[in-house]
Design a protein around this ligand. Structure first.
Ligand code: CO
Length: 264
């Protein structure tokens, strides 16, 4: 008889920005280790571009999902919890699920955690966490930059914009850098509120390339430049969602539910 050995695989898109990685992805994984000290924790990144970049630049090899699962099987793990740090149930998460399904035969049981925003309760929580963490004053507008996707899960960004207002935060707005709602919609909505200042913040787990360039960059197309051009005073908070204690708590709870499922 084989002895049961449980492990957790934390799956992220990845980032080549070391400073934000330490405060977000590394911290989230450390919190999993603190919470479940007897369970080995592994890492996988889904972005091939970023994995190759890190390997070339820093000589650090980070496995993709399939390689990480193969490594875990080789290490003798028999039951696996896969925990994505993805914000939504979009393309990256679908791809991860495909890869996990292809490797299920390696283990006696596999349980997959849900992305940060999956249930209506998750959405309610994130509204509270962000409103508490960034706490814009009444005469300020907080504008959050989500990633955005061509996947139908993109509808969540407009739903969250609605929910912030519905939960008593008429001065918090959500848009995306790559899909709808885009910058033009945001500028239109923010203008109606006529705030004294606009605060921009990423609504992504890490504050990497999109935060540095598309949000706060000096280029003419950045959200900062465009809001300034529209006549607003702008400040930027370059803090990834993964840095928020409240988001780390949500992540840990999702890991816990996936672990519970393994036991059921
Ligand atoms: Co992108």
């Amino acid at each position: 008889m084989n002895r049961k050995k449980t492990a957790i695989l934390v799956v992220s898109f990845g980032t080549s920005y070391e400073e934000t990685r330490k405060k977000t992805l590394d911290r989230m994984e450390d919190r999993v280790r603190e919470q479940f000290p007897d369970v080995p924790v592994y890492r996988a990144w889904t972005s091939g571009i970023i994995r190759r970049k890190i390997e070339k630049r820093d000589g650090i090899h980070i496995p993709d999902v399939k390689s990480a699962l193969a490594l875990m099987a080789a290490d003798g793990m028999t039951e696996v919890v896969v925990s994505p740090t993805h914000v939504i149930n979009g393309i990256e998460n679908d791809r991860m699920l495909e890869e996990v399904n292809a490797c299920r035969y390696l283990f006696s049981r596999v349980s997959v955690g849900r992305p940060l925003l999956t249930t209506q309760e998750d959405n309610r929580r994130i509204v509270q966490v962000v409103a508490q963490e960034l706490a814009p004053k009444e005469d300020e507008a907080l504008v959050l930059m989500g990633h955005g996707t061509e996947h139908y899960a993109n509808a969540i960004y407009a739903a969250l914009d609605y929910q912030f207002k519905d939960m008593g935060h008429p001065n918090i707005f959500v848009g995306t850098v790559e899909a709808y709602p885009a910058l033009e919609s945001l500028i239109r909505s923010v203008r109606k509120r006529n705030p004294a200042r606009v605060i921009l913040a990423p609504f992504m787990v890490v504050a990497g390339d999109h935060a540095e360039h598309d949000l706060a960059g000096e280029g003419a197309a950045s959200w900062k430049s465009c809001f300034e051009k529209a006549g607003f005073e702008v400040s930027c908070v370059l803090k990834g969602l993964g840095e928020y204690a409240g988001v780390q708590e949500m992540f840990l709870e999702h890991v816990q539910s996936a672990l519970d499922e393994l036991k059921s």
